[in-house]
Design a protein around this ligand. Structure first.
Ligand code: HEC
Length: 173
């Protein structure tokens, strides 16, 4: 009788363990895929007027020299205060909690070029994403954007930004 009780107890413990492992797994998954579906993503904030007219110089999305310069910015070789890969990982897979997964097309393909430029220049308030414009020239910012953009295209340079429409939030949030 006592043995039976003990085995029931072990069974219960195993179940609890499995459940908590599942909980941790779900939690981790949530952490890394919290960016979720396009449908559930909140609208992007509208690009401020100062930045709305900023556009990637023609042909830079796919220019090999620009991309090489962008990689240098990204990996901290241009300015030692600026190392995007410390948080965003070598290929866009986030290394720091909270950093966006720049490989995720659902996130990245919503960004217009002005949106990219605004965010990299001014950062995202109350996050580790700083305003990088104090260290980088406009050219360097465009270059690092062109380089980052390849992460959501399996490392290929693609000039498909026209389709990456940023829906403007009507509420002005
Ligand atoms: C210290 C860590 C850190 C560094 C270094 C960093 N970022 Fe970020 N970045 C973040 C975090 C955290 C977020 C997510 C902010 C948020 O919650 O929207 C982010 C978001 C972004 C976004 C998306 C913005 C948005 O509105 O969703 C882009 C694009 C980006 N970073 C580019 C860069 C570039 C380019 C560099 C280098 C010049 C860089 N980041 C350096 C932490 C970092």
């Amino acid at each position: 009788m006592r043995e039976r009780k003990a085995s029931v107890l072990v069974g219960v413990m195993v179940c609890v363990m499995l459940l908590s492992i599942e909980g941790v797994r779900a939690g981790l998954l949530d952490l890394f895929s919290s960016d979720g579906d396009r449908d559930t993503l909140p609208p992007l904030p509208p690009v401020p007027a100062d930045y709305a007219g900023k556009h990637m110089p023609q042909s830079w999305w796919t220019d090999p020299k620009v991309l090489a310069d962008g990689e240098k910015v990204y990996t901290g070789l241009v300015h030692r205060e600026v190392n995007c890969s410390n948080c965003h990982g070598k290929n866009g897979q986030p290394k720091k909690k909270g950093a966006r997964d720049l490989r995720n097309t659902k996130i990245v393909h919503r960004f217009s070029d002005s949106f990219w430029f605004w965010r990299v220049s001014e950062g995202v308030p109350k996050t580790k994403m700083k305003a990088w414009k104090k260290f980088l020239t406009e050219e360097q910012i465009w270059a690092v954007i062109a380089y980052e953009h390849t992460f959501s295209h399996n490392g290929q340079a693609v000039a498909d930004i026209q389709t990456e429409v940023q829906p403007v939030a009507a509420s002005g949030k």
